[in-house]
Write a new protein. Sequence first.
Length: 375
Amino acid sequence: MKQFIIVLTALITAFIMLIGLVFFVGSFYQDWKFRKLREKYSDPGDILAKNPWWGKYPKPEDWRQIVRDSQFTLGEPQWEKKDNFTYLLLPDMTYPNLDGSTVMVPMAVEFARQHLGMTAEQAHRFSVFSTTHRAYEYLCSNGHRSYRLEGYFKGSKITDNVRTGRPTELVLGTAPGDEEFKIADEKGVTFVQKPVCRDAFVFITGKDNPVESLTLEQVRGIFSGEITNWSEVGGPDAAISAYQRESGSGSQTGMEQLVMQGMPMADPKMVKVVVGMGWLVEAVAEYQNSAASIGYSYRYYIDNQYSHENIKQLKIEGVAPTDENIISEAYPLSVNYYGVIRQGEEEGPGGLFLDWILSEEGQACVAQAGYIPLN
């Protein structure tokens, strides 16, 4: 029995020493990592560029530097180590915290290139948007946003964040809808919104579909479930596969407000998807192109982010969504994208940056990013 107690005590002591060693090594590694990060990323733009991003928008071959001597910068970085986390603080940052609709990411990428001198890769990783609804939620909240730089490494969660100490200050995207205004009312926030560029809400189908144009009444009939066959709108005898977007997305909000205008939509196609640790959930089915399909989005997204040789854009009321028809508003579903800030922050980073976007220099950057400027 005495021998057993001695062995058990030795094992417990060894275990405690092992835990202490792990903590010691971990602390040493954090210090080493902290020093390496400071050596490697003297430019805060490089730090932010480590933020993971899901796609790329290549720089145009004829790209040019438009902005000179920008007033919007990241400021001088300050470093802080706290609770085993390494933080880069940006207390003097005059560049606003941007968020918004996915369709506006290329514009944010262009702004990062112009104002912050980032490389294409840095600008891509820096410009991560939360999607329309969530961006407005962030705009209404007082929570601070952080950019996570490092993820899981060799089984240990080692996170290096950039903390600006400020919430979202400017949302770029589609106009806020009823849900967003409801959240703003609950939070005591009033939106100030200004158009920053033009676009069009478009409907797409397979190029082999002989139907070239639909009326708004026909579109409403299709997506309400009243019209179910292409023969009812001048096409072949084929069942219509109508695809919707997820609730809260900019495209779905646009569809509900611009097109349906209060008319209930049919239940969307749903698919089973696997998320997280393998849980099965239902989600709105992504558009599957065919001559029998119809879907919708914004023209910029279709032309630049989802372009496909077998997809065509339908005319609405006989009018095609060309630049000329969008600018003149001859196309019935011509729209604006907006910059939205909180009332009372017109002289803050978000408000000042919105004023710059509307300037001649800002609109030139908007055009270079591939959008239709206001003028």
